[in-house]
Design a protein around this ligand. Structure first.
Ligand code: BG6
Length: 518
């Protein structure tokens, strides 16, 4: 398809720090579960990058906390992670940054260890002239979230007399509605809701935030963003990766819990919500929850699941899910899930919304496609050819969240040099990297900075997580009660199981499998 590209001049993008640029107060970030992959691959590179951009306070320290006695090894390992992530060379700047990193060994559920942690944080603060602000980042296995929060509370670390404390909680936030409610109760017994940052890294992605800019900063889309013009919506989060050594975690999670209940639902909320009165936490989160609450319960027939068998990904043979490391050879865990839902409000009633997420699919692509209705009277001809022009297609707006971040709008154009009025679909294509000369940063940067500043706009609220769990818990329970008859039911490297195709066929639709390709 033909494409039209818009360009932004590099000089328009030079970052000039503003006098009012927000920089957090001096403080300590304490990362629980710091020996895990996330800290090394995402959190520390993000913090380093923030520091280089001048967005961290001068007096700042990072304390990694985990069970293993690591000592100085920890800072060296983090340093290596930062270099591997590509945000830094191993140079003087990194050396300076590494001085801010230290480590404290502790058993997360052993209350007697926390007085020592408090003393260590006070010592670091006194030594480096750091104030009383503390941000606790929980990147541990989920069963430790509640004990850690309790222990922080018991030592008075959640409500310091001076300064601010906050807690960032990684996903999964609960594994169903009851456990999410219980965790919310535990957390809110110690931290006020304004101190709680339930993280979903999708909200840190530029392309996800751009959905709101696209909808609400442009005059031409919002008037047609409704049931009068939109035929249906598809959201896909497709990965080529398998479970990557996380077998034991994934066995208990599955695709619905791991990606649909959180990441995909966040995408849906930005697509579906009403314009908030401002871009502040309360206004944005209220509109998101309103959209989710308008979704009636999903009939079990409108949810399908799959599990990958062996196959070929990018030319390489890969094993089936049941042969992955530490996975039950008869596992009933789904590595693919798809649902059809509706939003019963004035904007969306009657518009089918299809969501799917899966591992070991044909291509990595997270995309939202908004398919508009077919014009009522087709007075033009389709092109007599076997190429993409042989069909007159309705307008399609594709928001490419990743990779190849951008937005494309498909419309029909007259085929030149044909004797009759033949129409062929073409694309207007905005590509982030092409337009801005940069692709989107690691989403954690924005989220870490916001959490340090106490800005909750891009974090999940208590009501939000409970609402999405309420929607999916009945499906999870029905699936748990009945093992799937035929698993595996799709080949690694395909677009998922046949039942997902049939889910759409019932509504007269089909999945857009040309993902990432305009
Ligand atoms: C995580 C899931 O939350 O998101 C993973 O636990 C998944 O299973 C990952 O691979 C996807 O994130 P991204 O940013 O690579 O799309």
């Amino acid at each position: 398809m033909a494409t039209v590209e818009m360009k932004v001049r590099p000089e328009d993008l030079t970052h000039v720090p503003q006098a009012n640029e927000r920089i957090p107060d001096p403080g300590i970030m304490v990362i629980f579960g710091a020996s895990g992959d996330l800290t090394k691959r995402k959190l520390l590179p993000a913090l380093f990058h923030l520091e280089q951009a001048g967005l961290l306070p001068k007096e700042f320290a990072i304390v990694g906390v985990a069970r293993r006695p690591l000592g100085g090894e920890f800072a060296a390992d983090m340093r290596q992670g930062i270099v591997e992530s590509g945000v830094a060379q191993d140079d003087a700047k990194l050396e300076e940054f590494a001085k801010k990193i230290s480590y404290y060994a502790l058993s997360f559920d052993d209350a007697s260890h926390y007085a020592g942690l408090k003393a260590e944080l006070d010592r670091i603060a006194a030594e480096r002239g750091i104030g009383p602000d503390r941000l606790f980042y929980l990147a541990t296995a989920p069963e430790y979230f509640a004990p850690i929060v309790d222990n922080l509370g018991a030592q008075g670390m959640a409500q310091p007399q001076h300064g601010r404390a906050g807690v960032v909680i990684e996903k999964p936030f609960g594994h169903d509605l009851d456990s999410a409610k219980e965790l919310n109760r535990n957390v809110n017994a110690v931290f006020h809701e304004y101190q709680v940052f339930r993280i979903d890294h999708y909200l840190g992605k530029e392309t996800v935030q751009n959905i709101l800019v696209f909808r609400f900063a442009n005059g031409i889309f919002e008037p047609i963003w409704n049931r009068n013009y939109i035929d249906h919506v598809q959201i896909t989060a497709a990965e080529t990766l398998g479970v990557e050594g996380r077998g034991p975690f994934y066995e208990k999670a599955g695709a619905l819990r791991d990606v649909i209940q959180n990441h995909v639902m966040e995408l849906l909320s930005f697509v579906a919500m009403e314009p908030p009165s401002s871009f502040d936490a309360e206004a944005v989160r209220r509109e998101k929850v309103k959209a989710w609450r308008a979704i009636p319960s999903i009939p079990i027939l409108n949810a399908v699941r799959g599990q990958y068998g062996p196959g070929v990904i990018d030319g390489k043979k890969v094993v089936g899910y049941r042969d992955e490391d530490r996975v039950n050879p008869e596992s009933g865990t789904e590595t693919f899930a798809a649902v059809r839902l509706e939003i019963e409000n004035w904007r969306w009633a009657g518009v089918p919304i299809y969501l799917r997420a899966g591992k070991r699919l044909k291509r990595r692509a997270t995309e939202i496609s908004i398919q508009f209705k077919q014009p009522p009277l087709l007075i033009f001809n389709r092109m007599q050819s076997s190429g993409p022009c042989n069909e007159i297609q309705p307008n399609l707006l594709t928001i490419r969240i990743q990779p190849d971040e951008g937005i494309a709008l498909r419309f029909g154009a007259k085929v030149p040099n044909t004797p009759n009025m033949s129409v062929c679909p073409v694309n207007m294509d905005f590509n982030y990297a092409g337009a801005f000369g940069t692709s989107s940063a690691n989403g954690y940067e924005r989220l870490l900075l916001d959490a340090m500043l106490g800005d909750q706009t891009l974090f999940a609220h208590r009501d939000g997580v409970e609402t999405t769990w309420a929607l999916y818990t009945p499906i999870l329970e029905a699936w748990a009660a009945k093992n799937p008859e035929v698993f595996p039911n799709y080949f690694a490297g395909s677009w998922g199981p046949d039942c997902a195709e049939r889910l759409l066929e019932r509504g007269g639709h089909s999945w857009r499998n040309n993902l990432g390709r305009g």
